[in-house]
Design a binder for this molecule. Structure first.
Ligand SMILES: *[C@@H]1O[C@H](CO)[C@@H](O)[C@H](O)[C@H]1NC(C)=O
Length: 176
């Protein structure tokens, strides 16, 4: 392979990655209503497909509310952690970096806000940029789960690395 061919191969790989970058979504929790006591975040999350690389945005008046990322049991009990990360800027952007469940609640009022509905649970889908497959009650066969693991690893590539690849691809296209 000449160095030009290697660069071209790299460009193709980067272009293949590009759609993943293009479809990353910012989800504003509660939409225009934002994060407050009048929201129904069960209803808001319903039917949304959260994926690795997407971002949750919590908008609220700073000081009035905040956002704790909590465990499942804390979520269920509306228990506000005494330690751990609290988001409180009023425009908190939380990247979805792992597949699986994520729980959030407002810690104001020592759990009262949470009890009034300021709680959000989402499930992050590992299959970025892949059409949802029909729900299947049985576990997937070994070959398909191997594919899944590979897809998962590929999609776990840090966003920054993908961006760099895309930039390199662009440079290559200009140079070649
Ligand atoms: C919130 O929405 C869910 C799902 O649509 C519904 O089942 C629930 O009753 C609503 N809760 C309130 C407090 O309105």
């Amino acid at each position: 392979m000449t160095s030009k061919q290697i660069l071209a191969a790299f460009a193709i790989a980067a272009v293949a990655i590009f759609p993943t970058v293009a479809v990353a979504m910012d989800y504003v929790v509660g939409d225009e209503g934002g994060w407050n006591l009048n929201g129904n975040y069960t209803a808001w999350a319903e039917g949304k497909q959260f994926r690795i690389g997407d971002t949750l945005v919590f908008n609220y008046t700073p000081g009035a509310h905040n956002v704790f990322k909590v465990s499942g049991p804390d979520f269920k009990a509306c228990r506000v952690p005494t330690t751990g990360a609290v988001y409180s800027t009023g425009n908190d952007k939380i990247p979805l970096t792992n597949a699986g469940r994520m729980w959030f609640l407002c810690g104001k009022g020592n759990g009262k806000h949470c009890l009034q509905g300021m709680k959000l649970v989402i499930t992050v889908d590992p299959n970025v940029n892949v059409a949802p497959s029909p729900a299947s009650p049985s576990p997937p066969p070994p070959s398909s789960s191997a594919t899944r693991i590979r897809v998962c690893g590929y999609q776990a590539l840090p966003m920054m690395m993908r961006m760099i690849l895309v930039l390199v691809a662009t440079a290559v296209v200009i140079v070649v």
